[in-house]
Design a protein around this ligand. Sequence first.
Ligand SMILES: C[S@@+](CC[C@H](N)C(=O)[O-])C[C@H]1O[C@@H](n2cnc3c(N)ncnc32)[C@H](O)[C@@H]1O
Length: 335
Amino acid sequence: MQMKANQIAEDQRLEIRNYLDLDHREEMMRLVGEGLSAEPKWLHCKYLYDQRGSELFDEICQTREYYPTRTEMAIVERYAREIMDFFALGGGDLVEMGSGSNQKVRQLLDALPSRSLERLRYVPFDISESALVDAARELLDIYPRLNVMGIVGDYTRHLAALPSGRKLLVFFGSTLGNFNEQEGLELLKGVASAMNPHDRFLLGLDMVKPVEVLEAAYNDSQGVTESFLKNILAHLNRELGADFPLEHFQHKAFFNAQRECMEMHLQARQELTCRIDDLGLETRFTPGETIHVEIARKFTPDGAKQMLRQAGLAPTRWFSDEQGWFSLVELARVG
Ligand SMILES: C[S@@+](CC[C@H](N)C(=O)[O-])C[C@H]1O[C@@H](n2cnc3c(N)ncnc32)[C@H](O)[C@@H]1O
């Protein structure tokens, strides 16, 4: 499918295509209206990410309690060469979905001799425009031989923007866990159908582990996760003329054992009425009422294998840490 995009930056080594300008606002208005009119209330977690949201996510990754980033980075560090062997066999694109800052891709790029960087193009794909542009420019400074083609888009809607040629896709951070089962499966199927038989897809999955470790990771002692979650309200205040008083909400994160996921909510401390001007909507909260903002599913090896099979993906290699806390699964399309 041909998709329209606005070209927002171009020089010899950097091209950025923006797919969001076209219909992002309408989609935001629709989803926010639906979520705040529902019982119980919810907001889509992709709206956690604006410039500030991306910064706060990076801060979360540095907290003592947030084990996923360090665990995944240790795995990437250990296996980066093997992963990047993909580019020993030929050139192509290194596509990073939900790219955020450059931490993990730098580990991969550092595993290649600098002359090999001419053979690949890095393609970050993220909804947070300013974070993507800043990260892309930083990479160009660090790797003078690298070319970058950034996609500012929503991977729930713009997968057709993925490059069609030979590629290694990476999806770090267990971001797949932010989708429920059905949506996650849809996303994986979409990626599988964008893959050629020789393409590979490296998927980060956070695994089930003791509940104290999980709950501590999403309730850090510095309150960064709380600020991150509340940023969704600040984002709506700015984008949709809403008046959510951030100080009247608190963050609640707990493990739902039945669904094997962390749930993140914002809870009203008192009775409130908030307006979202651009939607002409007024939304009332009783004391203690919550907005469900995000889930972070935790996977088991068997559950992950079943999900991948259903999506038409087959593991070619399975990298993990010694405790089995995190998995990086390299996948090929089936058939
Ligand atoms: C959990 S963070 C992970 C960041 C980084 N990959 C890592 O592993 O640390 C999720 C990233 O996905 C991006 N993102 C969230 N929803 C998205 C969507 N629907 N489409 C594209 N990017 C999205 C966010 O802006 C953010 O950079």
